[in-house]
Design a binder for this molecule. Structure first.
Ligand code: SF4
Length: 276
């Protein structure tokens, strides 16, 4: 029985991504209004062991014995860096299988040297910043009061020293962070980060709050144009598109698919793009 793995997920950013959930639903140090996992009832502050690592490895053995996804991705129902087992399991996967590892993180724990060390074993880190303006950041991310300057500095240091690739996501919400001043100030900051790609995203499934609606294509294209207009390299910034269809579709495992659907809603067309 699979309890900790889900998918493989048809991911707009990662292709075929086998999800590993190291935390219990929903454990996060933020409560983002757009979160596809729903609201964070109580913020989690401390790193802890949520699950038995032996069980997670057993499930990984079973799935990776039969398939190689584009990525094994640590994400799920919360913030993976809150798990004390993150580093150990990334290293174990990399030591046993020829597969790339990605971690999706909000970056709050880039301040922790142990977390930075654990993440260093991954091939790709996907992190995010939605605004460099305090009031907008707080409206979107709703966590414990945060020293935004320190957070931005920690992210800059992490990007400068991480040995693998980093993709940065900005989640656009109409009426909150889609203004010209917002995007120009954010661009000035992003230019100081050593990242491979900057990805503009908007709501594709239901978020934590009903009032969050997807930004229009027109808004997303205007923002992209404004970013490129500042001299930001056009080949390093993109709007996240639809899930791509893969060749040689994957055999569906009902249990892994059920786990995936419990985390987020997926449209039938998305599922059909990667499963037989
Ligand atoms: S989007 Fe990520 S960081 Fe924000 S509440 Fe959801 S899991 Fe936490």
């Amino acid at each position: 029985m699979f309890r900790h793995l889900f998918g493989p997920v048809p991911s707009r950013r990662l292709g075929v991504s086998l999800g590993v959930d190291l935390v219990k639903a929903k454990s996060c140090n933020l409560d983002c209004v757009f979160c596809e996992c729903g609201k964070t009832d109580a913020l989690s502050e401390k790193r802890e062991r949520f699950k038995d690592p032996a069980e997670i490895k057993e499930e990984l053995r079973e799935v990776l014995g039969g398939m190689t996804p584009d990525y094994v991705t640590f994400s799920g129902a919360g913030e993976p860096t809150l798990s004390l087992d993150l580093g150990e399991i990334i290293r174990w996967v990399k030591g046993h299988y020829p597969v790339k590892v990605a971690v999706i993180t909000n970056g709050l724990l880039f301040s922790d040297p142990e977390v930075r060390k654990e993440l260093a074993a991954a091939d790709l880190v996907l992190t995010k910043i939605n605004s460099v303006h305090r009031d907008t950041f707080d409206k979107i991310c709703r966590g414990k009061p945060l020293d935004l300057e320190a957070f931005m500095e920690n992210m800059r240091n992490f990007c400068a020293n991480f040995p693998g690739k980093i993709h940065l996501e900005t989640f656009i919400i109409e009426g909150l962070n889609d203004g010209t001043r917002e995007i120009l100030d954010l661009t000035a900051y992003v230019k100081t980060l050593r990242i491979e790609k900057w990805q503009l995203n908007t709501l594709a499934r239901a978020g934590a709050e009903d009032w969050v609606t997807p930004a229009s294509r027109q808004t997303m294209e205007r923002l992209l144009k404004e970013i490129i207009g500042t001299g930001y390299p056009a080949d390093r910034v993109e709007i996240i598109g639809e899930v791509r269809e893969i060749e040689g579709k994957i055999e569906m495992n009902e249990e892994l698919l059920k786990n995936m659907r419990e985390k987020r809603e997926y449209r039938k067309e998305e599922i059909e793009k990667i499963f037989k």
